[in-house]
Write a protein of this length. Structure first.
Length: 354
């Protein structure tokens, strides 16, 4: 029977890194006997599906996956569900995955991290994406504090696939790829050498700055600002701390007993440590002048890029017209036309990139 490893996340546990490694080493993994499976849109649709897929849908997805090797790996954090609703659809997702991968020996691979770290990470992600709410506003808007009892997610998958098919790991950012390689028994993945990312997570000042400025920026400006604030230029700044002591203690107390039950049932220990996560020295709010100047600088840079791109399009269009003239006029007319066009180009100071 063919074996399929279904890596379901969760979010913010190195899933993007693992997926990148799988794509970059697909050929080497094939030589090792592994097939890296795609995640087609038809499969992604089960993330929010509340009922069971029918046999025809299941068969269509199987055909798209086209499993041929004795061992396969498929990775997508969406198989856990949506973190904003606390993965409430995970039981339906698991049921549909069971139907799609019937006839295979399936292992469910899931990484989890302590709830304080997880909530901090998804909050920073929301700021990266352009939101501007404070942590308290974020916790209140999504009612987030009580949504990450990992035992519920694991129980749902265990109920469908069996506890013996569930591989649960603590997230360790520094060694996530090597650990995943150990789980699926791949020497290729275990020996991958990762290059250090040029981008860094938001530092303390970057978080405060982005949160204040985002409300005044359009999507293009937000993306550009994010790239600047995540560049290595900010690497020397202290890491972002988002929790006040009250919020951190509330989260720790809520999950204390639940994490004990998690350990008893699934053998994974979660320790919510407050150290290093408290925001004990909040920076002052930005003044209006700083916000206006930031927006002006971003607009200036974006316009620079737009202008350069627009100029290139004009040059390409003009050069294309010259080529067309050369094809359809006589030798004498061609010479005259090129002379005229050259004079126009010279007058407008437009370079010829052909």
């Amino acid at each position: 029977m063919k074996t399929v490893y279904i890596h379901i996340g969760t979010h913010k546990t190195g899933t993007t890194t693992i997926q990148h490694v799988l794509r970059q080493n697909e050929l080497s993994l094939k030589h090792e006997g592994f097939q890296v499976l795609p995640v087609p849109e038809s499969l992604k649709n089960i993330r929010y599906k509340k009922d069971r897929i029918n046999p025809n849908e299941s068969s269509t997805i199987k055909n798209e996956l086209a499993i041929t090797e004795s061992k396969s790996i498929i990775s997508w954090e969406g198989f856990s569900g949506d973190y904003k609703d606390g993965y409430e659809n995970s039981l339906n997702i698991a049921s549909n995955l069971k139907s799609i991968f019937s006839g295979y020996n399936v292992y469910i691979v899931v990484y989890i991290r302590n709830q304080l770290d997880f909530i901090k990470s998804i909050y920073l992600q929301e700021i990266h994406e352009g939101h501007c709410f404070t942590l308290d506003e974020f916790l209140e808007e999504y009612e987030i504090i009580e949504k990450f009892d990992w035992k519920i997610l694991l129980d749902n998958y265990s109920k469908i696939f069996g506890s013996e098919q569930l591989i649960v790991r603590n997230y360790d950012g520094a060694n996530i790829v090597k650990d995943f390689g150990l789980v699926v028994e791949s020497n290729v993945i275990q020996n991958v050498k990762l290059t250090k990312s040029k981008n860094i997570g938001y530092k303390k000042q970057a978080l405060s700055f982005s949160r204040e400025v985002n409300a005044f920026l359009d999507p293009v400006e937000k993306k550009m600002l994010r790239g600047i604030l995540q560049s290595s230029s900010f690497s020397s700044f202290p890491s972002a701390s988002v929790f006040d002591e009250k919020s951190a203690n509330t989260i720790c107390e809520y999950y204390a007993d639940k994490n004990v039950l998690l350990n008893e049932k699934h053998g994974v220990f979660i320790d919510n440590k407050i150290s290093g996560l408290l925001d004990t020295n909040s920076t002052d709010r930005l003044n209006d002048l700083t916000i206006v100047l930031t927006k002006m600088l971003l607009i200036f840079r974006i316009n620079q890029l737009k202008t350069a791109k627009h100029q290139q399009l004009q040059i390409d269009e003009l050069n294309e017209k010259v080529s067309m003239l050369q094809e359809y006029v006589s030798e004498v007319e061609k010479k005259q036309k090129i002379t005229i066009v050259s004079k126009i180009k010279s007058f407008l100071k437009i370079p010829d990139f052909r």
